[in-house]
Structure formats: structure tokens, C-alpha cells
Write a protein that binds this ligand. Sequence first.
Ligand SMILES: Nc1ncnc2c1ncn2[C@@H]1O[C@H](COP(=O)(O)OP(=O)(O)OP(=O)(O)O)[C@@H](O)[C@H]1O
Length: 455
Amino acid sequence: MFPQDNDYKDEIFKTVFEDAYHCFVVVDKHGFVTYMNNSYCHFLNLDKDLVIGKHVTDVIENSRMHIVAQTGIEEIADLQFIRGNHMVANRIPVRSNGEIVGAVGTVLFRDTKEWMSMNSHIKDLLLELEHYRNQQRKQHGATYSLHDIVGSSDKMNLLKEQVKKIATGDVSILLRGESGTGKELFAHSIHHLSERNAKPFIKVNCAAIPEHLLESELFGYQEGAFTGAKKGGKPGKFQLADGGTLFLDEIGDMPLSAQVKILRVLQEGEIEAVGSVQLEQIDVRIIAATNQPLEALIDKQKFREDLFYRINVVQLQIPPLRDRPEDIQVLAKYILHKITRRTGKRVTDIDEQVLSCFYSYRWPGNARELENVIESAVHLTNSEIIKMEDLPDRLQLNNHSIELTGSLKDIVEQTEKQAIRRALDKCSGDKIKAAELLKVGKSSFYEKIKKYDLQ
Ligand SMILES: Nc1ncnc2c1ncn2[C@@H]1O[C@H](COP(=O)(O)OP(=O)(O)OP(=O)(O)O)[C@@H](O)[C@H]1O
């Protein structure tokens, strides 16, 4: 029976939601926390007053509440890694008049003894699963799947939808995008989702193989084909990929002589190993990738137009990171988590100022550059949070973000302090050199160091 007004309604509410063993959290439609019960605050070791109004991703590790509040798709009994353990989370969208207004989340198990034993059981199973996955990946060559492609921008979501649609066909796919945008991740994911996923995924870096070796690398050779040829011959990448997928990376850098040969294979479905007189039937799906302007290369007669049309049946353009700023924070946090798990170093978060610096940077090396920046910051930092001083100079110098908190005087002082700290860092603490760098007199520099407590 539902309690009537005077049947201890408040006490029941308090017992069920506030102090109950379960953790509850409520977010609004933008993912900001509007309620968190005592148990959850206690479990996360957080002060309730500080939690309300924060974005859920800043409060709960690996939270997907903001996603559920956006998509309206509930997630039941999902494994979530919080505070070093796998928890079971339910996330349910809240609707009002048919519109999503937020989401409610519960964590079913916390850090209890029973759960610990169940958790270690799950950890064992996951480790075993990981072992088999790695084994299978090693055998078949494709390491990543669509889940490994992080990004919540519309552009990325659209691309993932397109991948799901085209993966199952056998059409050739051309992946285009700047270096480090994730073209190889997409190639792996397409293979994973295709009917060929039990067969090999073989990558050829067309830019890395010397022209005179390309033919034997791609099509293999027979015993005695040339001096130095291995006994028994050697299969080429096409033979190795038979039945599966051949990923031709950096295809724009492939020499013209090799382009002619590849084109013939794609047209005839047959290859001829070096030194052999017999043709072999080959069945491979081609995924090619490039960051080169192929059309311009065709104009300059450096890339064959007929090959271009062969490989360009479906084209996916991966946008550079600077054109999808919505992905920067989620990608940065994912990368941080990946690196700290691998290195075991306890670095839990990225400072707000660092994130705003990330937004204003152009990222010419895209996600790969972001990975390198975070990796070096994790190793350099002395705190649990990545701060501006942990970033390489090119990012620090690029940082035009000013915290608009306080008066103009405060902002000027904050900027002055930052400039002095950076100059001191750059001059390895040598005050005279730092003063020269900033073109200020020695005594005024010493005064400022004292004022800002930068001794
Ligand atoms: N969306 C993403 N989510 C997670 N990791 C990503 C993402 N995009 C790129 N990365 C990571 O960035 C690095 C570069 O990605 P990848 O090698 O796929 O880029 P690429 O476009 O093929 O680069 P190149 O043209 O230089 O070969 C990899 O370590 C990859 O794991």
C-alpha cells in the first residue's frame, strides 16, 4: 500500500532514497547533477553540497548518465568501473509530457564484501576474456572495434552509424582525414563488424615499403624467385588476407608501378607471386586510407584515376579534432584513464584551465597528438590533476584563455603570476635570466616574486 500523507511519508522517502543501501543520482537533461543521496556521496567520498550542480562526468567516473539524458535510451545492469571496481549501474531517462527532462541512476553494488568476491570473480572472467580477445586479435590482426572510437559529437556519431551500415557489405572503402584522426581505428572497426571478422585483417603501410620490395611484399614470391629468396617462398599480404580485409594505409604514397599491379588484382581477383607462372584466385575486401589530396595527385599524374574509382566506392571523411570540439573533453578523459590504468600512476583529472587550453589549440596531430600530450603530462605531473605547467610549451604559449573571475586587477595579477612562473620554469629557476626574458628590471622582478610567493 502506498503511504498516505500522514503515514510517515517523509521518513519512508528518507529511508528509501537518502540512507538506503543503494546509491541514487539524478541529472537534468544536460547531465548536471540535481540530486545525489547520502549513500552515493558517502561511497564517492564527496560533500553533497559540492556535488549538486556539477556535470556528472566530473563527479562519477565513467558515468553515462548525460548520454542517457540525451538519447532517452535506458541502460540496465551495465557494468561501470568506479573507484577501482566494477559496479552494476541502471540508468533510466525521466520524461515529462513526452520530453526527456533528465535521468535517474542507481548503483546496485558498492564496495561490500559480497560484492568484492563477486567483483574479483568478474575480474577473473574479464581477464580471461581479454586474454582470448587479444589472442583472437593477434590472429586476425584487427585490434579495435567501434567501442574504442571515443567521441560524442554529431559528426562522430554519424560516422559510426555509417560504419554500421556499410561494414557488412563487401564494398571498397576509402577513409580520408588528417594524420592521427583515427582512420586505422575505423578500418579495424569496419572489419570487426563485417562478415569477414573471423578471417584476417592485414595492414600494409604503402609508404613504408621500398618500391623494389612492394611486389613481393604484396603478392609473395616463390622459392628461388631471386637471390636471397627464402626456402619455400613467402606469401604476400594479399594471400595472408585471403577471405578477410586488406587495409592499404597511406595509399596516396604508393608508387605508380605498384598502383598498376594492385588495380589489376582488384579487377581480375587474381594474383601472381613473384617467380610464379600460376595465377591464384584471391578474395579480399579493400579498405584504403590516406591524408593526401588524391584528386590533386591525379591531376599531377601521381595517382591513377582508375584505381581511385576502384577504391573509392564508399568514402568516409574523418573530421579533424579541432572541428569537433565536443569530443575533446571526453577523449582527453578516456585517454587519461587508459594511460593511468596502463602506467599505474594516480592522476585522476584534468584541470579546467587545461581543458579550455585544449579547446583553443589547433591539434595538427589530432587524437594522436592529444594522446602524446596527456601521456607526457601524466609522467611529468607532481599532482593528481594535470595542470597547465604539465603541458608542453607549444600548448602553454597557445593558451589565450583567461579565467574571467574577479576584477580586472585580479585577472592582470593572475596573468602576471603565470607569466613569471613560466619564465622561471623556462630558465630552470634562474631569476636573472627570467627577468631578462620578461624584459623587467631585477629589483622589480624580485618584488613580484615575493608578492606572488614564487620563491
Ligand atoms: N576517436 C578516437 N577514440 C579513441 N582513440 C582515438 C580516436 N581517434 C584516434 N585515436 C587514437 O589516436 C591514435 C591515432 O589513430 P590512428 O592511427 O587510427 O590515426 P590515423 O588517422 O590512421 O593516422 P595516420 O594517418 O597518421 O596513420 C591511435 O592511438 C588511436 O588509438
